[in-house]
Every structure is written in C-alpha cells, then in structure tokens.
Design a protein around this ligand. Sequence first.
Ligand code: PNS
Length: 163
Amino acid sequence: MRKAVCPGSFDPPTLGHLDIIVRAAGLFDHLTVAVLVNEGKSGLFTAQERMDMLSTALAGRTNITVETFSGLLADFCRVRDIDAIVKGLRVGADFEYELAMAQMNSHLAGVESIFLPTAPQWSFVASSLVKEVARLGGDVAGLVPDGVIDRIGRRLAERGRVE
Ligand code: PNS
C-alpha cells in the first residue's frame, strides 16, 4: 500500500490546495492531509477549524484522511510508514523554498517528495493573499471552498477585521 501526505498550514484551505490533494490522492492508495499545529503562530483559524474545513470539502473521498501534526514532518512520515510528501508548485519561488525542505526530509527520514504543478487557474492563489483580500473587503468566492467563505467572513467580523 503506497501512502503519501500533503502537509500544510491550510489557513484557510484554498481551491488550489484541494486540487493538489485530490490529484495526489489519485496517485496513491492513501493520502493523509496533515494540518500543521503551529503553537508559536496564531492564524486566522485553529488547527481543528482547518481540519474541519478540509474534512467537509473532502467528504466522500474514501482514501483521504485529515489529521493534525506538530513537530517534524519527517517523524510524522516515519511513524506512519508514509512513502512520499506531495506539494504543489505555483511558481519558481515555490521550488526554491521547497527544494531544501525536500532534501532535509529525505536526509531525516528517507522520505521522497513529489512536486505537482499547480493547475494554471490556481497559480496566484495563496492562503495569505486570500486573507488579505477578504480583510480588505474583497470577494474571495471561487478561490476557497464554499463553506470557507462564510467562515472567513464570520472570523473577520469577530476580530473586527483585524487579524
Ligand atoms: O502551508 P505551508 O505553511 O507552506 O506548509 C509548510 C509545512 C507545514 C509543510 C512545513 O512548515 C513543515 O513541514 N513543517 C513541519 C516542521 C518540519 O518538519 N520542519 C522541517 C522542514 S524540512
């Protein structure tokens, strides 16, 4: 059984993330979506909320599970016998950032990294930009899963649009 992981912050998940996740799940027997619990950094959403949004968007996909993780991704892969880390690449800068991490994860756990080219329609979509546009009153429909739009609106309203 070939297993892979798609790790990330997913704050919030975007349609670009979902595209990579679904395509990765098509290449492996099982895919774990691993949501980073970053205790040092408070995002717009808690790790549990990010997990809930991903689980809702991926409902019915039987070879995908969503989990949280903290600590080293290499350890997460080793403990679960995961063969590969799958990441999406939007632009060249993503590759620069990802290459060293891929080599470090290979060094630490012998785990391979596989890079999937982002579908062109999502190449400009990043969680950070989605949050900024939403915070400044822009429309993020069509960039994130439907249920996520409402959640972003509610969270920004709770915080008085200040993150
Ligand atoms: O969505 P992001 O923020 O680009 O995801 C980055 C993530 C979570 C994949 C990366 O920060 C990570 O793997 N963090 C876990 C800690 C770790 O293993 N660090 C060493 C990386 S070589």
